[in-house]
Design a binder for this molecule. Structure first.
Ligand SMILES: *[C@@H]1O[C@H](CO)[C@@H](O)[C@H](O)[C@H]1NC(C)=O
Ligand SMILES: *[C@@H]1O[C@H](CO)[C@@H](O)[C@H](O)[C@H]1NC(C)=O
Ligand SMILES: *[C@@H]1O[C@H](CO)[C@@H](O)[C@H](O)[C@H]1NC(C)=O
Ligand SMILES: *[C@@H]1O[C@H](CO)[C@@H](O)[C@H](O)[C@H]1NC(C)=O
Length: 265
């Protein structure tokens, strides 16, 4: 009887010892898995938009491109696109629009006039198609040609109409519309009153226009994907190491008591 009691006690002492050993083994806290701190994303540099390239692959806009190069207005446009916060909006007539131009023709213009006429086809700010709704109410809008070279806009249920006095036309498609560069194709060369005077020829009766093929601007807001820091696991692991240390102290106490009891027996 006495022996079996001692055997049971030594068994429990052994169990307690092994549990203590386990507690000590588990006690050094496992290094918390360090979640990498989110590195702040660098401010994205505005993507370079090569206007020459864009205009040479769309259209055809060869006439307009030739004028842009010969007047060096391309440098002004590209600089506006490269180096300003406001950006640029360009109205580009197709080659057929230049072909249709008989009276008045551009052949008599001085170099300065020609340069102004080409500058007249752009505004020193990026406008998405949706922005023209607001511009309609604002009266004459300045162009890169400055001064008297203004355009009037009307937004007729989504179709943007332009009025330069001599030319009444509309945007027929969006070639490019991502801040800071908007390029819209127009039906006619924009002839400014400031060059051709106010003796504006009467408008021919408007022909039934085919439905405009205006593709929506491609400037979908890019999802702001901020990396959120995942909650650190360190608090969890410290609390579990606390628990195992407490268990260690507790089993040492019990062991001491048992040891005393065995000695007493
Ligand atoms: C822009 O595009 C044109 C036509 O593709 C090319 O000749 C020119 O080298 C490009 N410019 C730059 C700076 O990439
Ligand atoms: C516009 O930026 C491109 C690329 O950085 C550069 O090659 C070109 O010379 C710049 N043009 C102007 C007019 O600033
Ligand atoms: C262009 O010049 C010719 C001859 O110099 C002249 O007859 C014609 O009226 C001019 N056209 C315009 C639009 O100024
Ligand atoms: C533009 O609109 C203003 C009024 O807002 C008007 O006085 C002006 O004549 C218009 N210009 C053209 C070219 O239609």
């Amino acid at each position: 009887m006495e022996f079996s009691r001692i055997f049971m006690i030594s068994c429990s002492v052994f169990l307690l010892c092994s549990s203590l050993a386990y507690g000590q083994a588990a006690s050094p806290p496992a290094p918390a898995a360090m979640s990498p701190s989110p590195t702040p994303a660098p401010a994205p540099a505005p993507a370079y938009v090569n206007l020459t390239y864009l205009l040479s692959v769309a259209g055809p806009f060869h006439n307009f491109l030739d004028y842009l190069e010969s007047t060096k207005v391309m440098d002004t446009f590209q600089n506006q696109a490269n180096n300003t916060e406001q950006g640029i909006t360009i109205f580009v007539p197709k080659d057929s629009a230049f072909k249709a131009l008989k009276k008045p023709s551009l052949s008599n213009l001085s170099n300065d006039q020609l340069k102004s006429l080409i500058l007249f086809h752009a505004m020193p700010k990026f406008y998405s198609l949706a922005d023209f709704n607001d511009l309609s109410a604002k009266g004459p809008i300045s162009t890169l040609a400055g001064g008297q070279y203004t355009l009037n806009f009307t937004d007729n249920s989504g179709t943007v109409h332009l009025n330069s006095g001599w030319s009444k036309t509309k945007v027929t498609s969006a070639v490019h519309s991502t801040d800071p560069v908007a390029i819209y194709q127009v039906d006619k060369v924009l002839l400014p009153e400031a060059i051709f005077g106010t003796d504006i020829p009467p408008m021919p009766a408007p022909a039934p226009a085919p439905a405009p093929d205006v593709s929506p601007s491609a400037d979908a807001p890019s999802a702001d994907s901020k990396g959120s820091a995942s909650p650190s696991k360190s608090s969890q692991s410290t609390s579990s190491s606390h628990r195992s240390r407490n268990l260690g102290i507790w089993s040492q106490l019990v062991l001491a008591l048992l040891g005393g009891w065995i000695l007493f027996l």
